[in-house]
Design a protein around this ligand. Structure first.
Ligand code: GRG
Length: 309
């Protein structure tokens, strides 16, 4: 794929959608198998965790883990624990984010949010169990040799950092505190970099680190993922204004309702769309050294501009 392209043709888009579906199916099946192994004995809380895990997510984070692993030349099966763990952390964050004490959302992915379906107590506990379980899954990665175990330790550290009080949690704190406040572009960038960006970065890096990718290429993938997170968030803000409720699986206009600062709110819709395009171009610029093996990542960045959910 040519780096200087500005958008995909209809034919490329159709091909990419098939490719994306295959990757999503692979991620979903891998996660299911992994969780069935970790939790062979069924407890009541597993129904709530399963509701949070299997309700139509796009699986972008596990897909990024597998892409990182593939680019590094690693057998995909060995990236399953990291892929599963990152999706568990993502799903926990959505369950807790929807709670009345946070964003108070009744719908997620077109279904009742977890606390609406099972009650607040169960939703809190399922979120806690998903977060703890992510590290249980990572610690149980028994298929690794000594070198891979050393890399796994680094990955566990990076995932913890991305999800914890120096990463996603701080992003959520800043986000909640920013409601009704006049915040500037730098503040907004920081909120989203922490809240949304860090998990994307940790995902792509996890696969690449496990596969032993060299430091320079890892840095380039990191820059791709940082710009991917920014483009994802700008398009998320745009969809909250002009998206379709059915596609989004939740009411639109929630950012405005909760007086949150957004890219379209701060810069206007046209400029926000231009900023999303710029971040996608920046994503792709960082893949120059990877040749055709990064084609999926290139297409995935373009996909953000046309996504409907
Ligand atoms: C720890 C409570 C707590 C929150 C962490 C990530 C986060 C902060 C909250 C999630 C809220 C949110 C809607 C953030 C905007 C960006 C985002 C992560 C959207 C959802 O991600 P997708 O579109 O979700 O990848 P799917 O449903 O496809 O898995």
């Amino acid at each position: 794929m040519n780096e200087s392209k500005k958008s995909l043709t209809a034919e490329e888009e159709a091909l990419f959608n098939k490719w994306l579906q295959q990757k999503k199916d692979f991620a979903e099946n891998s996660i299911k198998e992994c969780l069935e192994q970790v939790y062979p004995e069924k407890k009541a809380i597993h129904d709530v965790m399963n509701y949070a895990m299997y309700n139509g997510g796009k699986r972008l984070r596990p897909i990024l883990v597998f892409e990182g692993a593939e680019i590094a030349g690693m057998e995909l099966q060995k990236a399953v624990p990291a892929a599963c763990a990152l999706e568990m952390i993502h799903c926990y964050s959505l369950v807790h984010d929807d709670l009345p004490a946070m964003d108070d959302d009744d719908y997620r992915r077109g279904k009742l949010s977890c606390h609406k379906a099972f009650g607040e107590d169960m939703a809190i506990l399922a979120g806690d169990a998903l977060l703890t379980g992510a590290f249980e899954v990572l610690a149980g990665a028994i298929c690794y040799n000594d070198l891979e175990r050393t890399r796994l330790l680094r990955v566990i550290g990076e995932i913890a950092l991305a999800a914890g009080s120096n990463g996603m949690i701080s992003g959520q704190v800043l986000d909640l505190k920013s409601e009704d406040q006049n915040i500037n572009q730098a503040d907004l960038r920081e909120i989203h970099e922490l809240k949304t960006g860090r998990l994307f970065v940790a995902s792509l890096r996890a696969g690449a680190i496990l596969g032993g990718l060299d430091a320079e290429s890892l840095e380039e993938l990191t820059l791709y993922a940082e710009n991917f997170g920014l483009a994802f968030q700008i398009t998320d803000d745009i969809l909250d204004v002009i998206g379709n409720e059915q596609d989004m699986g939740k009411p639109i206009g929630s950012d405005e309702k909760s007086h949150k600062a957004t890219y379209p709110g701060l810069f206007g819709m046209e400029k926000a769309q231009e900023m999303a395009r710029e971040s996608v171009i920046n994503c792709i610029d960082n893949l120059r050294g990877f040749g055709t093996k990064a084609d999926f990542l290139r297409y995935l960045a373009y996909y953000l501009l046309g996504r409907s959910n």
